[in-house]
Design a protein around this ligand. Structure first.
Ligand code: PLP
Length: 424
């Protein structure tokens, strides 16, 4: 296990106050320097892996400025929808730098993925004839494997046999045989069985499972798998008492399995890739908010100017996100609060029964570890608008990488002229 890390903010109170003057609260801030350092750490830890690449899961933080930074660090893009493919194209991530891992996929998306030369990762055996008849089979195809009862999952992704994703084992063999007969020449193998997983062994076991499959596919079908994709799912320590995952332990474990299974069985070198999102940007994003009201009824409430439309994870999964009251970092956590937003939903709470220093109106609250699956999951229920996203550059300057939504954005799909003429 790696050392625990203290939950710090890469800005001073004064800097945040200045920012709030320019970009009214609430907003997200991301830390470029920390994102780059983390990306480099990952590439160093996995440097022995042939052709190692992380395809950043775009859904975690679908901001093209961030994608451009990650491309600069050698990452590709893992896309699962047409807009995500278009974002990749916009930042010149094309060809096999794109992994297209979708499910229940419409034709247009396969067509765009094929046009961009993306690696197409099929979720279902029935997509083989579907693709053949529509976009056409590409020269390289990957399958998503669902091990079902062979593996246990975790809370976010659930039990693999209850998960909608992927091929069963027998479908996998049938699928590769079909592709081979159709003239496909290059093959990949993918799985993703965990999300926000903090146990290193989990990723080693996943690699072992895929290496064994690679050998079996070679023996039974004479097919050489060109790469395995271990999926995303490397977790981050949301709670202060959790430790970050140790990439070196994963790396060493996978290396042993690679030698024992791939090398020993005389299989040709194969690439090992991943598609992590959360691990790449999660800890380096902060949701900055101001305390609007304090309320004391049966419990004590802190009402802030962010709500679950800005950050849905606590309401959706009951997730813990650490909270700092800016300027009160050293103060004793003497008060127990529920920290809430303004949505008319009682689960609009960022924290329940959280011990914090005494809070006053106007205090600045920072919600940690919101750099992935944060802004991205935003929505407009109750007429709430999504916030701006800011980036702290390596030289300390701040760039707005997405403006806040306005009421005009919210009304953009309505036609008020047509409404005037509309007779009820
Ligand atoms: C969501 C997702 C990821 C990224 O998951 P993280 O937990 O952010 O690493 C990767 N691959 C697929 C197919 C996904 O659905």
């Amino acid at each position: 296990m790696a050392e625990k890390i203290e939950k710090k903010i890469p800005l001073t109170k004064k800097q945040i106050q200045e920012l709030i003057k320019k970009y009214p609260s609430t907003f997200y801030v991301y830390d470029e320097k920390a994102i780059r350092a983390n990306a480099r750490k990952m590439y160093r830890a996995f440097a022995w892996m042939p052709g190692f690449k992380n395809y950043f899961a775009v859904k975690a933080l679908p901001n093209p400025f961030i994608m451009k930074i990650l491309k600069d660090e050698g990452m590709g893009a893992d896309c699962s929808s047409l807009p995500e493919l278009l974002l990749a194209e916009e930042v010149d991530i094309t060809g096999e730098e794109i992994m297209f891992t979708s499910n229940d996929t419409p034709i247009e998306e396969f067509e765009k993925a094929k046009e961009l030369g993306a690696v197409i990762n099929l979720d279902d055996i029935n997509h083989i004839p579907f693709l053949e008849k529509t976009a056409g089979l590409p020269e390289l195809i990957c399958f998503r494997y669902n091990p079902g009862p062979a593996r246990v999952g975790n809370a976010i992704i659930g039990d693999p046999k209850e998960a909608k994703y992927g091929f069963t084992k027998s479908q996998l063999f049938e699928g590769y045989r079909m592709l081979k007969e159709s003239g496909v020449k290059r093959f990949g193998l993918h799985t993703m069985v965990a999300s926000n997983e903090l146990k290193e062994e989990y990723f080693v076991e996943t690699a072992k499972m895929l290496f064994e499959l690679v050998v079996e596919i070679k023996e039974k079908l004479g097919i050489q798998i060109e790469f395995i994709n271990l999926g995303g799912g490397i977790g981050i320590p949301y709670k202060p008492d959790q430790s970050p995952i140790d990439l070196d332990v994963i790396s060493k474990g996978i290396k042993e399995e690679y030698q024992n299974i791939i090398i020993k069985n005389g299989i040709k070198e194969l690439k090992i890739v991943m598609e992590c999102g959360r691990f790449i940007t999660g800890p380096y994003g902060y949701l900055v908010s101001k305390v609007r009201h304090l309320k004391h009824i049966y419990k004590d409430y802190v009402g802030i100017d962010a709500c679950m439309a800005n950050l849905m994870r606590p309401a959706l999964y009951g997730s813990y996100h650490h909270i700092t009251v800016v300027g009160k970092e050293k103060a004793n956590p003497t008060h127990k609060y529920d920290v809430t937003g303004s949505l008319c939903e009682n689960n609009d709470k960022f924290a329940i029964d959280r011990m914090l220093p005494e809070i006053e109106r106007g205090d600045i609250i920072v919600i940690h570890d919101t750099g992935a699956h944060g802004h991205a999951m935003g929505f407009n229920y109750n007429g709430k608008l999504r916030s701006a996203e800011l980036l702290i550059r390596e030289d300390g300057s701040i760039v707005e990488i997405r403006r806040a939504e306005t009421k005009d954005d919210y009304f953009a799909t309505l036609n008020f002229k047509k409404l005037k003429a509309f007779e009820p």
